[in-house]
Design a protein around this ligand. Structure first.
Ligand code: ADP
Ligand code: 5GP
Length: 181
């Protein structure tokens, strides 16, 4: 079984993933994506992402090392390495993917019934803006790009197995617990 969590940036996906990892130690493991974007705040290479250069990323594309990849934002690549899936599977853990909507639906197509695809929705675009601004680690320009993308992504929510609205965090966590069990 694999779990795919998708959501517009700022909806609380990372918060949800952290909750799963902390509540069920040893059961789930986050698939660490490769990206060409720069680390934000306290992010570390090999923890939140594998931060690599554009050249390195393109070499991985040429080698067909990715199960899926996207230019999520103009000029910024994000992708899931096949080796990451092997690493987590061989440790006997359930893989959790935190990826964008297009990538998530691609993985759902690949893994079919083995995958539980959950869309984490913000209560509103205004609230999304407040959260992104409140997090304080994203430039104004990137916030606008993320909000524009969020509106498009929200239209794909019906293609997911479940939608969790992250309004009240405690309630959203409970709902997620129920779904993964
Ligand atoms: P994502 O991973 O989807 O980009 P984060 O998990 O980083 O989102 O959440 C974005 C911001 O919103 C963080 O500062 C987080 O603490 C806050 N947040 C998450 N869930 C809620 C919620 N239900 N209510 C209010 N703030 C929230
Ligand atoms: P952020 O820059 O906020 O960490 O992530 C931006 C977006 O890229 C988020 O929607 C995140 O889920 C998505 N993302 C992260 N890793 C991957 C990946 O491997 N593949 C795809 N398609 N999207 C990803």
């Amino acid at each position: 079984m694999i779990i795919i969590l998708c959501a517009p940036s700022g909806s609380g996906k990372s918060t949800m993933v952290r909750h799963l990892l902390e509540t069920y130690p040893g059961k789930y493991e986050l698939s660490i994506s490769a990206t060409t974007r720069a680390p934000r705040g306290q992010e570390q290479h090999g923890k939140e992402y594998y931060f690599i250069s554009r050249e390195e990323f393109e070499q991985h594309i040429a080698n067909q090392d990715f199960i899926e990849y996207e230019q999520v934002y103009e000029g910024l690549y994000y992708g899931t390495l096949k080796s990451e899936i092997e690493r987590i599977r061989s440790a006997g853990r359930t893989i959790v993917f935190d990826i964008d909507v297009k990538g998530g639906l691609n993985l759902k197509r690949i893994f079919g019934g083995e995958a539980l695809a959950i869309f984490v929705a913000p209560p509103s675009v205004e609230e999304l803006r407040r959260r992104l601004e409140g997090r304080g680690d994203t430039s104004a320009d990137m916030i606008e790009k993320r909000l524009a993308k969020a509106e498009i992504e929200m239209a794909d929510a019906p293609y997911f197995d479940h939608v969790v609205v992250n309004d009240d965090l405690a309630k959203a966590k409970k709902e997620l617990d129920k779904l993964v069990q």
